[in-house]
Design a protein around this ligand. Structure first.
Ligand code: AMP
Length: 115
């Protein structure tokens, strides 16, 4: 058994988080280490997919729901213009291997693309 991810622990209520949006299958929380004025991470409630490629291959409808939640968060918090990033692989900056999207908006000019 692998350890539950930090996002699974948030879903279980074991770690507090600032929930900004939720559906039956997806949760969005404020990133604990924000890289922009708006920085929200959006992830499925299932922890079975490590990255966006695995999720896209197995459950494209769940990926679409995740993107829809990201859009709604950005509409509410950033006027609908935002950067959506899926770090994929440790070499690309991924540290949590429970697929998630970063929604970034506001003061992005000087920011790198890695969360
Ligand atoms: P990544 O590096 O793409 O895997 O992104 C993981 C993100 O999760 C980072 O931006 C972290 O700041 C964020 N993160 C880690 N722990 C928490 C937490 N307890 N609550 C909210 N965000 C977190």
């Amino acid at each position: 058994m692998t350890e539950p991810s930090v996002f699974t622990r948030i879903i279980r209520g074991e770690i507090p988080a600032d929930v900004v949006a939720e559906t039956d299958r997806v949760l969005a929380v404020t990133d604990i280490n924000p890289q922009a004025a708006v920085h929200v991470v959006v992830f499925p409630k299932t922890g079975e997919y490590r990255d966006v490629s695995e999720l896209a291959a197995a459950e494209p409808d769940l990926l679409a729901e995740l993107v829809s939640v990201a859009k709604a968060v950005a509409a509410e918090k950033a006027g609908g213009e935002y950067r959506l990033i899926f770090n994929t692989g440790a070499g690309a900056g991924q540290t949590v291997f429970h697929v998630h999207a970063h929604v970034l908006a506001g003061n992005l000019e000087e920011k790198s693309l890695v969360g």
